[in-house]
Design a protein around this ligand. Sequence first.
Ligand code: ADP
Length: 258
Amino acid sequence: MSEIPFYAQQGSECGLFEHAWRQQLPLLIKGPTGCGKTRFVEHMAARLQRPLVTVSCHDDLSAADLVGRFLIGNGSTQWSDGPLARAVRLGAICYLDEVVEARKDTTVVLHPLADDRRILPIERTGEQLQAPPEFMLVISYNPGYQNLLKGLKPSTRQRFVALSLGYPNAEVELAIVQTETGLPQTQAQQLVQLAKALRSLSDQDLEETASTRLLVSAGRLVASGLPMRQACHAAIVDALTDDATTAQALDEVMRALF
Ligand code: ADP
């Protein structure tokens, strides 16, 4: 069996995921970018010994991209399953990342799959795929990016059990940074302190604040030999803003700490 990817729990989300999977309920994970949503799903799929099919949704993603299409080649036309149809047939966990980005027609295929019918109608072939009990649909979205046009419709969100993830507390985040980067505790601690200080700044013209992902990136640069400040500037400050004044303010927060 393949190794289970490391995931440090923020609360009791692993138990919730497992119960939802057993009860054949789809799951909606809400949370800011870089807070561990993808890693969590990877971890749970490995724990439950299910294949994982991940789709990063974007504004051009259509129902056909998810379900499949006829491909023409060598003088014949052949049906080719999209990732969602493949996941249903495999009894996999299907993770649709940033689902609100996808085109609206995708909800038509998600609805019958996300309620107790658990079917994926493939209009083009006339097939109706019945999801096996092992299949699970997991979607995520970032409420921070949500705008009035793009929020999930109540009829969609009410089909899902919901879970909110934020950034982990300092103790858990320290364990994550240490495990993911191999840095000694003192340096990992500095990164976690920097994140705490940056997160406490009020808006600061930032769309998003320092995520666990950014801390891990900075930590990896440090572990590879880059000085701490340079690593944090590149992996955290410049990743968060293009504005010189804001970058300066973030650098000052860093210099106050180390
Ligand atoms: P998201 O999907 O929410 O954008 P990811 O799951 O891709 O975020 O997390 C980004 C990175 O942060 C991961 O690759 C991992 O290194 C680290 N990470 C964040 N949270 C955790 C966690 N709880 N346990 C282990 N690693 C984590």
